[in-house]
Design a protein around this ligand. Structure first.
Ligand SMILES: NC(=O)c1ccc[n+]([C@@H]2O[C@H](COP(=O)([O-])OP(=O)(O)OC[C@H]3O[C@@H](n4cnc5c(N)ncnc54)[C@H](OP(=O)(O)O)[C@@H]3O)[C@@H](O)[C@H]2O)c1
Length: 356
């Protein structure tokens, strides 16, 4: 099975490590190659264009892990490709033409947007509890942020971050309905090398069916902080609360707590779970490697994945939502982070925990 990684940067390297781990731990022979604008110091076969790589390498799986702004142009270069595409989130940027992109992917055999938090045991457990007990969502709120100030990697802004939390709401409560935005505030700044007015923070109110949502996402959160809180009502009209915490204190360390409050005010804990995975070779890759493994199995063995991939339709719906947030965010005058003559960038070889 041949896998082509387009864009071998931070995310592309993570895919390389994940697929190499799968090859080492299964009988499936996998060979990897990559496309980049320039050759990287690696032994992997290199192609300087997508076209050449598709013709000469003929991959079964293509991974699109270029920077946000290159997603749409690269996906369009896949026109006519008939294999499986894994695309890093977000699908595109708010400026891209989605119809063109859809047209180019007409012939692919499968698609998965990397919404990696769907592959957390904590999220999956909550999804199962909600379904099993037929809980109805009343209210949810999220805080989803990390520090990308002066990161060397380009970005389209906080829409690339808020997507995780927005997706989790619909994925955990699939029966709640479509997410509808009511109001959105934001802040723009020069936090990124991508411009002087990049949207760095969003604060929103929305509805998911009858439930009301509030959320905060930021790329200038000076510490990684990822929580999603839910309040449900059960069949006996009891209020049930659930809290998901991701990547704390380390990447892939996720927690879930589900509880209700008794008449006497004490908490009745219904479920508690904390993941601290430490499989050798999978440091920071536990969730990503599950997605990769399921794609490899779907393509090589025609296996139905245990959970559906975030398909092209889902990716498009989320993208339209992100575009709406970006277009409608009311923002004050932009913030300036760079006060000196030059911007001091985070080093490319910074550890995975601080980059992630
Ligand atoms: N799911 C997650 O949790 C997660 C985490 C991190 C990143 N991401 C996503 O992954 C994507 C990449 O981010 P990153 O952090 O890996 O950035 P990065 O370290 O800057 O890597 C991007 C790579 O893509 C290459 N590239 C850019 N445009 C290209 C093009 N047109 N053709 C070929 N190669 C191209 C760059 O090459 P040059 O060296 O030539 O610039 C670079 O090697 C982003 O969309 C980001 O949102 C997702």
């Amino acid at each position: 099975m041949k896998i082509l990684i387009i864009g071998l940067g931070y995310a592309g390297n993570r895919y390389q490590r994940a697929f190499e781990n799968i090859a080492a731990s299964t009988d499936l022979p996998l060979s990897l190659a990559y496309v980049g604008r320039r050759q990287k110091p690696t032994e992997l076969p290199y192609f300087n264009s997508v076209d050449r790589a598709l013709q000469e390498f003929a991959p079964d799986i293509v991974v699109v892990s270029v920077n946000d702004h290159s997603h749409a142009p690269v996906l369009q270069q896949l026109a006519g490709y008939r294999g499986f595409v894994i695309c890093e989130k977000p699908l595109a940027t708010p400026q891209d033409n989605l119809d063109k992109l859809l047209g180019a992917l007409k012939h692919i055999s499968g698609f998965a947007l990397d919404l990696v938090e769907r592959y957390s045991d904590a999220s999956r457990q909550l999804r199962e509890w909600v379904e099993r007990h037929d809980w109805q969502l009343v209210r949810a709120s999220f805080h989803w942020g990390k520090d990308r100030i002066n990161d060397y990697r380009p970005t389209c802004g906080v829409t690339s971050e808020v997507i995780h939390a927005l997706d989790l709401l619909g994925w955990i409560c699939p029966r709640a309905g479509q997410l509808k935005v009511h109001g959105v505030l934001g802040v723009r700044s020069d936090f990124s090398i991508s411009g002087s007015e990049v949207l760095d923070t969003l604060q929103l109110t929305a509805s998911l069916g009858e439930a009301r949502i509030t959320g905060y996402a930021s790329f200038v959160n000076i510490a990684r902080q990822r929580t999603v809180d839910f309040s449900f009502v059960d069949r006996d009209t009891r209020l049930i609360h659930a809290r998901l915490v991701f990547d704390t204190p380390r990447w892939d360390h996720d927690q879930l707590r589900i509880w209700t409050r008794n008449a006497n005010g004490t908490e009745d804990v219904l479920h508690e779970f904390a993941a601290a995975p430490d499989e050798p070779g999978l440091d920071t890759l536990h969730k990503l490697s599950r997605l990769c493994r399921q794609v490899v199995h779907a393509v090589a063995l025609k296996e139905q994945p245990p959970q559906a991939f975030a398909d092209l339709e889902t990716a498009m719906e989320l993208q339209r939502l992100l575009n709406e947030l970006d277009n409608h965010a009311q923002t004050p005058p932009p913030v300036r982070y760079v006060h000196g003559e030059t911007r001091v960038l985070l080093a490319e070889d910074s550890d995975l925990e601080s980059l992630g």
